[in-house]
Ligand binder design. Sequence first.
Ligand code: C5P
Length: 407
Amino acid sequence: MSTLAGKHIVLGLSGGIAAYKSAELCRALVKAGCTVQVVMTEAAEQFMTAVTLQALSGRPVYTSQWDPREANNMAHINLSREADAIVVAPASADFMSKLLHGGADELLSLMCLARPIEQVPLIVAPAMNREMWSNPATQRNVAQLKVDGIHVLDVGQGDQACGETGDGRMLEAEDILEDLEGFFTSKVLAGKQVLVTAGPTYEAIDPVRGITNLSSGKMGFAIARAARMAGADVTLIAGPVSLATPRGVKRVNVRSARDMLQAVLDHVPERGVFIATAAVADWRAANSAEQKIKKDGSGQTPVLSFVENPDILATLAQSVAAQKGALFCVGFAAESHDLLAHATAKRARKQVPLLVGNIGPATFGQDDNALLLVDAQGARELPHASKQVLAVQLIEDIARRMGGAQA
Ligand code: C5P
């Protein structure tokens, strides 16, 4: 379940061509379980109709401070008191300047000014031409809005509707949604460094063939995302998968187990958490051929021999940082049967405080899973759920073990 479920979001639109993305954002918020009340400025209505947003939110849209539907004719008070957050997307340069000066000459800015500042956070997603964005006036306004406690989201970079290219695009709806989910997540790993491995490795036999496995990387990516939302500084070492990098996560792509070990050693924090979700190939070809191994028509098959790969998790679990308790190591076990027995044995063998068992064939490539958390005291099950939900639960569990839990 999303952290946005059950939240009441007032979605404000000011004038900008990015308003078309707000329709998508409205839909995504509703899908995440929010109720959404849309408020539009007159300028926003030049770009998007209130009818569209009423249909998507399932609620009449407010566009005027003189709206007679409110019995007391105080839409700015009533709407802001009900909100868990006000999200202005797009926030134009003009609208941000208005917020900065406490302008209140139409409903949206009036409502932002009238909101109870301690209870109702205000989040803005800027959207404008690159010159407008980089103008010192806008940058000054952004800096001051942040000082005033307003959450200013990043801008995107790329082609702009005006034909120019640069910074200032509004973030995509899915990115804003992810930032909002992060906003409502308790920061149980604030200030902590987390290193995650994910996905399969690929061990070359020759330049066109190799050994790999069915790991999709989804569990590891979900864990990296959950750790980031919990406030951690996250590095994700990813084997060959084509998943999108979670927002705010530093990603390093690798191919083989030896590449993965090197990347892990390059990025391991002196204090923090190491979560090894990657399905690392146990063996690699002893001599990978420089050129493609060809069929010669004789019917003879090539003879392959293997050598064992380094065990990344065991290497880190034996490091000085882990031994003195500064690095908390978490392993995974993908088994096909006898999960508890195998996970318990693996935890002892790898010498890690926490080993997470799952049934590999049932979960590889899927969006859901079930986890068995095995530690020195015994085992606890995280029942069947989406990988993202399980990742959030696992991160909360790890945070509690590290004594940093607030939830
Ligand atoms: O030994 P096995 O592959 O079953 O152990 C699984 C756990 O060990 C996972 O956490 C995996 O990421 C990690 N591992 C590793 N390096 C290896 C093999 C496994 O880090 N070479």
